[in-house]
Every structure is written in structure tokens, then in C-alpha cells.
Ligand binder design. Sequence first.
Ligand SMILES: [Zn+2]
Length: 112
Amino acid sequence: MGILTIDTAITGLGDLRSSLLESGDRGSDAEVCQEAVNILYTLLDSGVHTIEEAKDLVHDYNALAKQYQAMYERFGTAGHAVHKDSIWHCPNCNRKVTLGHSFCHWCGKKME
Ligand SMILES: [Zn+2]
């Protein structure tokens, strides 16, 4: 079969949809085919042409979402300074911080 491209997937789904519609009582399956074709066209519009590229896209997206989440937890949400050995410490980098500052001056962690 070679490399499965989005184009060949769209053609295959289109053929399947036609035969489902011809068979008469499989209208809901034909709708499912149409939805899948719509999704594939959206991928094509985004410059994705092979199934491998589509997988890479999802993988990249997930990696970015994870990074964003980590950044948000680190800098977007405030943390409490930790009191230890009569010094206040940053909850993220553990360095000495001054109470009342909005951010850790070492790592940028937002402070309450
Ligand atoms: Zn810090």
C-alpha cells in the first residue's frame, strides 16, 4: 500500500461513503465517513499530508501543552515561602527569599 497519505485516506473514505449510501440503510455510517473526511480536510488545510505528519502534529501539541502546564505551575501560580533554619526559602528553587516580594529573585517563581 505504500505511505498512506491524507489524500488517499479521503479518497478511500469517499468511496466507502458512496457504497454505504448505495446500500440504503447505512446512512449513519455514511455520516461518520463524512465527519472523518471533514477532519482530514482540516488537517490538509494545516499543511499535514501524511498520517505520520498527523501523528507528529499531535505529539508536538501534547509536548507543548505539557511544557505550558509546567511553566504555568512554576510561574503562573503563587507559592508560599518555606521557613527553614530561620530563613525563608523559595518553594521552587529553595534559595533564600525575602518575605513580601512578589517573585523569587533567583528563579522567577511567583510568591504569595
Ligand atoms: Zn526560586
